[in-house]
Design a protein around this ligand. Sequence first.
Ligand code: DGJ
Length: 745
Amino acid sequence: MPIFVNNKDEIEFHLTNSSISYIINVLKNGQLGHLYFGKAIKNRESFSHLLSYRACVLAPTTYSDDMSFSLETISQEYPLNGGTDFREEALRIKSIDGSSTSVLVYKSYKIYEGKPPLRGLPSTWGEDNISTLEITLFDKVQEFEVVLSYHLFEKWDTIARSAKITNVGKNNLKIEKALSLSLDFPNSDYEMITFNGAWSRERHINSSPLHPGIQMIESLRGASSANHNPSFVLKDPLTDESCGNAYGISLIYSGNFEALVQVDSYNVARAQIGINTKTFEWNLSSGESFQTPEAIISFSDKGLSGLSQNFHKMVTNNIMNSKYRLSERPVLINNWEATYFDFDEEKLVQLATKAKDIGCELFVLDDGWFGKRNDDTSSLGDWFTNESKLPNGIAATAKAIRETGMKFGLWFEPEMCNEDSDLYREHKDWVIESPNRKKSFGRNQYVLDYSNRKVVDYIFDKMDKIIADTKLDYIKWDMNRNICEPFGSKLKANQQGEFFHRYILGVYDLYDRLTKKYPSILFESCASGGGRFDLGLMYYAPQAWASDDTDAIERLKIQYGTSLFYPLCSMGSHVSAIPNHQVGRKTSLKMRGDVALFGTFGYELDLNQFSDKELNEMREQIDFFKEHRLLLQYGTFHRLISPFEKNNNYVSWMVVSEDKKEAIFASYKILATPNPPLRKIKLKGLDNDTEYIINNRSYMGDELQNIGLSLEPEYSGSGDFDDESKNPGKDFGDFTSQLYTIRAK
Ligand code: DGJ
C-alpha cells in the first residue's frame, strides 16, 4: 500500500506513488503539520530533518522555553482559529460560551484500500488503486473530533481530501468555517491561474504571479457560477503546457465556494478551497457530524497539459458516476436555437426527421414544452404538457420523435418557478424570499427553496411521472438564475446560516434520486450555459452545456479554458446557425464543426434553413465524428496554441489515442492577414519512433514533434476567388480551421 507510516514517536504519514508524494507530520504540540506535496521522493524512516522552525523575537509561541515553535511559521495540515497562527484558518468552531479557539491534537489513524462515498454529497468513488488514510484529531476543550481523509488515486497522481467534524461533547457547537483543504507551500514563487468570466464567456483563463496578501475567487450566488470556477492552478513561473511543475486544486461542489491563496510575511503560500465562509454556519449538536465536500489536488511536472490529463482521467474514471462516463455520447440536435419557444409537434418531428437523415442520434426538446409556456414569463414549475403546442401530450410527441429513429430527451429547470404558474399559486411559501422584503426577479422567475424537503419531493414526483410517461433517454437540467434574499422558510432563526449549503444538498438529493431510479438516462447539466460547470454536478451529469455562446471563435476560449480541469467528454458543444445568435459573427460551417467536434458534439439550428450542400457538409461532419468519437471524447488532449496569449490570431490543440496510433490535430485562424507566413506546428503526444500518415504523406513521430507539421498555406492575396485551384492557399478569409487526422502506418 503506498501509504507509509514513519517515525513511530513523532508520527509521519507519506502518501506516494511513482509520481507524487504528500507528507504529513505530527508536531510536538500534537497538531498536524504539513511537510511536502509535489514530485515523488523516496520514502525514508523519518523526514523529521525536513522540519524547519524559525525563531522570531516577536512571534507568539506555544512554549515558553521554545521561541521557535510558532504556528505562524510552521506549515500545517488543517490550520485552526486562535493559537499562534494569524493566517487564514481552515476551521473555526464556536463553543456555547462564545470561545472559538481550537487545538486539534492527533489521536489515531486508519489506512485501508478503496474509499467510502460521502453521505449526501457527490464525491470521488472507486475501489482499485485507491488508498485511504484517515487521521483523527481531537479538541479536548471544545470536545469535537475531526477526521481528515486522504484518498490517493495512484493511477492519476491525484489525492482527494475532506474533513468530517463530530461533536463528541454534551454542548452545542457552531461551525463558522469548514474548508475542504488547506495546503501550505514552502514559498510563494508561483503563478495562480483562475477561470473567470460571465454569462456567455465562461472560464476564460487569467494568470498572475502571487503577491503578499490574499488572492481569492468565490461565489455567493448559490451556484458555483460563470464568474469564477471552483478550481485553480499554481505553477512555477516558467511552467508551460508541456514542461514544469503545476499543482491543480478543484472542489467537488456546486454551491457557494471560496478558493484562495494567502502569501504571508515570510513569502509562504497557503492555498485553500471549500464552502464559502461568508454564507455558511452550521449547528452541530451533541453527537452530530458535518462532512465537508471533497477537494481534489494533483501535481504534474509535465506542465499544464500533464496536469489536465491527470484531472481528465480522474474525472471520467472516479468522479463521473454515470454509465455514460466512458462510453460514446450521442450526437444530438437541440431545438432551442432552432425554434426557441415557437414550435408544435409537426415542427419538431420535421426537425427530428431531417436531423436523423444527416446522422443525429438524439433529439432534445428544450424549454417551452410544459404548462402554458410560450415565453420566459410563465409556467416554470408546471411540469405537465403544454397542450396548446403538443395537444396529444408529451408522451405522444416522444413517441413520434422516436419513430423517426431518434432517441428523445427533455429540458427541465427543476429548481425554479414563475409567478404565473400553478405551482406558485398553490405554494407561494415554497420560493426563496426574506421575510417582509420584496423578492428580486431573475429572468422573470423565482428560485424554489430546496432546503425544504417537501419541495424536492414534489418536484421529484412531477419529473418521475414525465420520465415514466416519455421513457426519456436524456435530461437537460437547466438553472437560469441565482439566489437573492436567501432564507429558508422552514429553518429556524439560528439555522439560516445553513441555508445555502442545505439548498445545494437538496439539489444533490434530487439528482441522486433521479439518477438512481433512472440509471439509463444521460443527464446534461446547464446553468444559463456554463454557470454550474463543476465537479459536483459532473458526478451525476457526465456532460454540461459549456456556454450559451455557440460562436466558434468565442468557443475557442471557452473550451480551451474549460479543458484545464474538465475532459472533452464533459463539454456540451454544438454547431449553430449564422449570424451567431450571441455575437452576430459569421463563421464557416467547417469552422463551427471543427470546434464543436472537440466535445460532446451536436447541432442547435433549424435544419430547414440549410441547402442540400450544407446538409451534406453536416452529414460528413457527423460521419467524421462517429468514426473518431472515442478518440475525440476520451483521447489524451494537448493544448498547443492558446487563444489567451496576447495578440494571438491562431489557436490549436490535438487529441491522441492511448496507444498513440491515432490523433486528430486542429488549427484555427481568427483573422486573415495579408501575405502571411507559412506555418509549422510542433505536434505533441505522438510516439517518436512511429511512422504516421497525414494526407497520404508519411512522417515519423519525431519529425512531427520536433520539426512540426506544415499547415496548408493561407491565401496570400494573388489568387482568383472563384477558382479554388488558382488560389495559392485554400485557407481563405477570416475564421478558418484546418483539421488533420493522423494515423500510424
Ligand atoms: C439557458 C440554456 O443555457 C439554453 O441552452 C436554453 O436551454 C435556455 N436556457 C432555455 O430557457
